[in-house]
Design a protein around this ligand. Structure first.
Ligand SMILES: [Zn+2]
Ligand SMILES: [Zn+2]
Length: 315
């Protein structure tokens, strides 16, 4: 159901666009420079997820803002401690004397901890921070199709790793019973989803207890997509990654360095190829994709880095 696309080239900063099947909005993870991110993609974006605000993850926010101004929508921005002020500072550095008040609203969800998410909105022309009622974790964003939860990792600053999880879907398998379809199908699904086992279900004038029909229901599990950005390859980070991303279907994970540059990884609180691959293997992730490589590497280096990752992930 999630159709992610890395919008940044290998020599650009990281930016991942997530489209969702049968859904008109899309979602942006990380605001690194990505020249192939189009105006339309920015305008169709409903929420932006930022791991941390090192320049390589936040530099392209202005471009997205430039394309979104005037769309008259509420856009959600999720990020780590301090993100609200940083978004405000970026926006306030421009002159807004000609803007209309309804041009856009940014709603910022600032992740304080696993227990607290502060919420505020910023509107033109002054972009003051107006606090809103806090959101309740563990979900930082949700809609009718999926929800997004998170874990906080250490990169000498806090970085947020996000998990997108599609909602489970229920389907009635008519072949398992002797009934024809009808309104009862919807009633039974509702009873199942709300765990109302005693609900009465009317099938062609006959009344049944909902739980007696639950065997007709098939549950299709929602897909899980992870985005794990900059983090030290430390036991405590790996522990958090394991708890949050176990059995995920697809995960994008930073692999900033090659094994030979492990010392640089340690001093910069980054991960490196073999450790990113190893933790993805341990999480039993079905498809792990290494992203976000140091700019000092040429194409051959990156090929080697990806081989090191694959070796640790698949062997
Ligand atoms: Zn960083
Ligand atoms: Zn980075």
């Amino acid at each position: 159901m999630f159709l992610p696309e890395v919008k940044s080239q290998k020599d650009e900063d990281i930016c991942i666009l997530i489209r969702v099947e049968n859904h008109s909005y899309n979602y942006i993870c990380e605001c690194g420079e990505a020249t192939s991110l189009t105006v339309k993609e920015c305008q169709n974006t409903k929420a932006i997820f930022i791991s941390h605000t090192h320049i390589d993850h936040f530099v392209n926010f202005d471009t997205i803002l430039r394309h979104q101004i005037g769309i008259k929508q509420r856009i959600i921005i999720c990020g780590p401690k301090g993100i609200t002020k940083q978004v405000q500072s970026r926006i306030q550095s421009y002159c807004w004397n000609l803007i209309t008040e309804d041009a856009i609203i940014y709603e910022v969800r600032e992740i304080q901890s696993q227990e607290t998410i502060k919420k505020a909105e910023l509107k033109p022309p002054f972009w003051e921070i107006t606090p809103l009622e806090d959101t309740s974790p563990p979900t930082v964003y949700e809609n009718e199709l999926f929800e997004v939860t998170y874990t906080i990792l250490d990169h000498k600053t806090e970085t947020i790793a996000y998990l997108f999880k599609g909602r489970d879907k229920t389907k009635i398998d008519l072949q398992k019973g002797d009934f024809k379809g009808g309104k009862w199908v919807k009633d039974l699904k509702t009873a199942f989803e709300t765990n109302d086992i005693n609900a009465s279900i009317d099938i062609e004038g006959n009344m049944y207890k909902a739980s007696d029909l639950f065997h007709l229901i098939e549950v299709k599990k929602g897909k899980k997509l992870g985005v794990i950005m900059d983090h030290a390859a430390s036991p405590s980070n790996h522990n958090n990654i394991l708890t949050t991303f176990k059995d995920a279907d697809q995960v994008f994970i930073e692999s900033f360095y090659k094994i030979e540059d492990k010392e640089a990884a340690i001093s910069n609180y980054h991960s490196y190829s073999s450790e990113s691959g190893r933790i993805m293997k341990e999480c039993l992730v079905k498809e792990a994709i290494p992203v976000h490589f140091s700019r000092k590497y040429n194409e051959i280096d990156i090929e080697e880095l990806i081989k090191e990752f694959e070796h640790a992930y698949k062997e």
